[in-house]
Ligand binder design. Sequence first.
Ligand SMILES: Nc1ncnc2c1ncn2[C@@H]1O[C@H](COP(=O)(O)OP(=O)(O)OP(=O)(O)O)[C@@H](O)[C@H]1O
Ligand SMILES: [Mg+2]
Length: 757
Amino acid sequence: MGRLAPTALPSSVSRFIGRRAEVAELRRLVGQHRLVTVLGSGGCGKTRLAIETAARARSDFPGGIAFAELAGLHGPEGVAGAVAGSLGLTGTAAIEMAPVIGDARLLIVVDNAEHVLDAVSRLVQDLLLRCPGLAVIVTSREQLHVTGEMAWRVPPMRLPPAEAPVALADIAAFDAVELFAARAAERLGGFRVDHENAALVASICRRLDGIPLALELVAARVGALGLAELFNRLDDGLRLLAMSSRAAVPRHQTLRATIDWSHELLDGPERLLLRRLAVFAGTFDLAAAEAVCADRNLAARDVADILQRLVDKCLLEPHPAGAGGLRYGMLQVIKQYALERLPEPEAAILRARHAAHYAAAVERLDADDRAFHVRGVELQAEYDNVRLALDWAGAHDPDLEVRTVEHLRWFWILKGALLEALQRTESALLRRPESPARRAALHADVATWRRKSGDVAGGAAHLDEAALLLDRIDDPRLASRVLRGRGLIRAACDDLPGAERDFLDAIALLDGLPANDDAVGALNNLARLRLLQGRTDQALIDMERAVQVAGRIARSNRPDHEAMLMLSQGAILSALNREEEAWERFLASARHAVHNGNRQECGDALQGLACVAARMRGEAACLELLAAARRMLDLAGASTDSCMVAHVARAERSSREALGARRAREAWTRGSGLDCDTVLERIDALTRRDAGGLLPRRKLEIVRLVADGLSNKEIAARLSISERTVEAHLDQLRRRFGLPNRTAMATWAISQGLVGT
Ligand SMILES: Nc1ncnc2c1ncn2[C@@H]1O[C@H](COP(=O)(O)OP(=O)(O)OP(=O)(O)O)[C@@H](O)[C@H]1O
Ligand SMILES: [Mg+2]
């Protein structure tokens, strides 16, 4: 047999990039478990990670580190020999290796085990039992499933997020971008991530799901094709899968070869399901896989089991969903590969079933009686597939397209998805549904989406079309919507009396009908119009009516009015100088919008908050919030709420003047980086930090007088208000800022810079 003489770890010509957290995690696992399986799809970086981790852990293994490469083996017979060889031994069975290893503190990296899993499992278990100082890292596309195994799935290389803006310096620091840039620079001297190409590079990395091998193969083409052309070609499966390089191992020369390696290890049913699953977009659940993929060649009851096997083999990614559910997703390159294997007419049949399944899901969710924001979360998870279903319906089944669009209306309102709603609704209208009622409703919807995205004239034309059709149908709710649309357009054109007439007519049309969301909407429109007319008290009364009607609507039919009503209330209260209440309403509305991922509504709420902030001396906060609002509205394709235009302009002007150019610029930059996921935290921080700065005028006056040593009675006299009011304000201040007595309040007021300004 000989003496233990572990072979060296293989060295790589290319630099190891990023993966700090992953190497640390893997090292920790190797310290805790004697058998760690590094799992993942082809080319995801298992071997590089295992080698890097082993090298760093050298001092933990005085007996040495061995590296056994199994990819070259054609069958299980060679496994023991390869492992023995890595130890400098010639034996072929564990029973012969074990006495030589003895109790040495030794680490063996067994690389690429998926094609010889059983043999590796048996050998490794045997060795671990006999050699107490031994630890093993196995890299494999499939788990061994033996006792004591700690399986760890390699995550993708870190990717810049799709939506949030990232600073240039930060983009280059994402592992995936760094790897892409490094490999591109090897081919094209001087290649760097800069302002011009950063977004494109980030998109390419995301499109490749951060898989190192894919990044390397694609980066190698930068010199020949240029980034933009390269990005376009990624959607062409044939080209992507064939991009080649003269890599160390044949398996890595193209993505197709890499995936072939996994595909060859699948049985018939696994291959069948894998190629059928390629018709899904994003993630999907078991029920969808069963509904779309099962037929007489594949029993629905078998789908769950085969899905699990594909997950085990790293051809599907498991995605834990809420409430203990599980969804599945396929890496893009694997999907391209699977699509290549999906022949016609099988593909056409599956796509039709896919569209029918998701159209039915949309219809069910529309008819569901749970709250809209709850259903919204569910529909959002399916939305990539819903889009695909709509596209399919657009080309093959116009009637299905129209119906699905109708069932999605609530969802687009909930999400503030103006541009998508507009495009999809216009597309449905082009199908010219036969029923005049349907056409009228679609025209009215297009008018709404157009107006909200700033195209008032376009909106008016569609309202005219809807009105013509209305002559032939009896639908008071639709008629009231058309009137409201007219009124809103009139208001936008400064015809306030005309708008008032339209809104009052719209309300009258609904008289006698059970409470419904059109009535709430009409009252809300009227209240906002009163605000524009300067009749704030009347606005408050109309608003209260709107809230009352909303409360009477059965929950199942109640769209999420809350946010809309809170926005209007905020605007009215702000006009009445009731800043604190206004702040609270706007904030509640912002929370609601954030919860639903509705940028349009969030932008509106932030503008409201900004206006209040400006009036409470929070000028920096004001500009920050306005910048965030501007960006969100732009992303949503929405224009500023007509009620708020003048206020917003005023708040911005006064804040800029108060801050000076430099500080104003800084605040604006900070705000431009905020999005739905970060803005609430920022508002909390702003409110805390500017606690003093964000005090309403009345409270500020009172605090100052307290600091000057005046009694409640003197303060009341000075401000011409009742002593009770003074006490109430002080009480709120005490609770809000935790100030036990007047001395504490005075000290605090001085520390906040509230005194003497
Ligand atoms: N952190 C990294 N830094 C630099 N290059 C990397 C890194 N991770 C992976 N690579 C490169 O990406 C390619 C694929 O990596 P690797 O060989 O580790 O994948 P794998 O998961 O072991 O694939 P397979 O399943 O085919 O064995 C290799 O060319 C490797 O050098
Ligand atoms: Mg490998």
